[in-house]
Design a protein around this ligand. Structure first.
Ligand code: NAD
Ligand code: IPM
Ligand code: MN
Length: 354
């Protein structure tokens, strides 16, 4: 029996609402599959914890998480705590601290009725964004000079190391080769004369090791346009931390919305646990109403299963999501339905295990 220890970080807002459904799915899998056993430990870290304890997580939080096989996170951030505090001290701290330098975000149209793009079919919207997840524009480096004075200047430094840039690009090439698909690099060297010139040069360099992989390279503004006009151009996309963040919300939009988009924060070397989470945030505008779409969080469970080497379950979860989306009225309001978060979760489990 494969035993997996899963750390639960439900976090803020709709985070706990959608994670609860994901946990139900994990328990249903465990019930059904006698070769798998999951143990859960829940951590109360988040904005409420911050308001009570003055910190987003325990000082030794990373060592508490270190020995889990996976981390399952809902969302972090809520009005009342500045976003740069809540996110940097919890979510971004885990991504960086556990060297989860690969962020895998599939953009896949599972149901044609959900796409806002006219005339685009499921086969047209099927790509995987491989986002750099440990440095770049998110380095946290910078300076705030002459605060409040007329000379005030703020610097936010992007850090693109040779190691950090090469490993993400190489990972994306490997993935493209494995899947037999093309790889597109998205950058912005025409304006960012250090970071993106470097990015492009590393891409060209690594490309020589993968003559079998077809490549393209776009500026991020044009890439955004193509994502809407010609999403079929993209298979695997590799890009920097910030561009990947923006492009994957856009990706979520063309594939049906944030209610469905998932992301895996992966440490490929498995020195540290990887983390699975929906792309969306804590959605304060709908939190507490029980109407958040749990399918993004449930798709994250599929990515977790893939990471555990249980690809069969991964595929089964995605195809069940596909199935549930044929039933209009049984979806949450963001998909035009009338169901609650828990009803979608229950329906999902029924379909998954039947
Ligand atoms: P958001 O993703 O929380 O919400 C954007 C919009 O999408 C809202 O209208 C929301 O209701 C809707 N939405 C999101 N998820 C949904 C779901 N599952 N079902 C139905 N509707 C959904 O983005 P935001 O409002 O910009 O950010 C809110 C907070 O979340 C901020 O503190 C932000 O920093 C944080 N955030 C956290 C994460 C994370 O933890 N990974 C990601 C993004 C934003
Ligand atoms: C995401 C989020 C985070 C990011 C924020 C909350 C720091 O938007 O996971 O997409 O920018 O990476
Ligand atoms: Mn984002």
């Amino acid at each position: 029996v494969k035993e997996k220890r899963i750390a639960l970080l439900p976090g803020d807002g709709i985070g706990p609402e959608v994670v609860a459904e994901g946990v139900k799915v994990l328990k249903a899998i465990e019930q059904k599959d006698k070769n798998l056993s999951f143990t859960f430990e829940q951590f109360p870290w988040g904005c409420e914890y911050y308001l009570q304890n003055g910190k987003m997580m325990d000082d030794d939080g990373l060592s508490q998480l270190q020995h889990f096989d996976a981390i399952y996170l809902g969302a972090v951030g809520y009005p009342g705590v500045p976003d740069h505090v809540s996110l940097r001290d919890l979510l971004l701290k885990i991504r960086k601290g556990f060297d989860q330098y690969v962020n895998l975000r599939p953009v896949k149209l599972l149901n044609e009725r959900l796409s806002p793009l006219k005339g685009k079919a499921a086969k047209d919207i099927d790509l995987l964004v491989v986002r750099e997840n440990s440095e770049g524009e998110y380095s946290g480096e910078g300076n705030w000079l002459y605060k409040g004075e007329p000379e005030e200047v703020v610097l936010q430094t992007g850090v693109f190391s040779r190691k950090g840039t090469e490993r993400i690009i190489r990972y994306a090439f490997e993935e493209a080769r494995r899947q037999g698909k093309s790889l597109t690099s998205v950058s912005k060297a025409n304006a960012l004369n250090y970071s993106m010139v470097f990015w492009d040069s590393v891409f060209e360099e690594v490309k020589r090791d993968y003559p079998d992989v077809e490549t393209a390279s776009y500026l991020v503004d044009a890439a955004s346009m193509f994502l809407v006009m010609n999403p079929e151009r993209f298979d695997i996309v590799v890009t920097s931390n910030l561009f990947g963040d923006i492009l994957t919300d856009l990706g979520a939009a063309i594939a049906g919305g944030l209610g469905l988009a998932t992301g895996a924060n992966v440490n490929p070397e498995r020195t540290y646990p990887s983390m699975f989470e929906p792309v969306h945030g804590s959605a304060p505008d709908i939190a507490g109403k029980g109407i958040a779409n749990p399918l993004a969080a449930i798709w994250s469970v599929a990515q977790m299963m893939d990471h555990f080497g249980e690809e069969e379950w991964g595929r089964k979860i995605v195809s069940t999501i596909q199935q549930i989306m044929d039933e209009d009225e049984k979806l949450t309001p963001d998909f035009g339905g009338e169901a609650t978060t828990a009803e979608v979760g229950d329906r999902f489990i029924k379909l998954l295990t039947s």
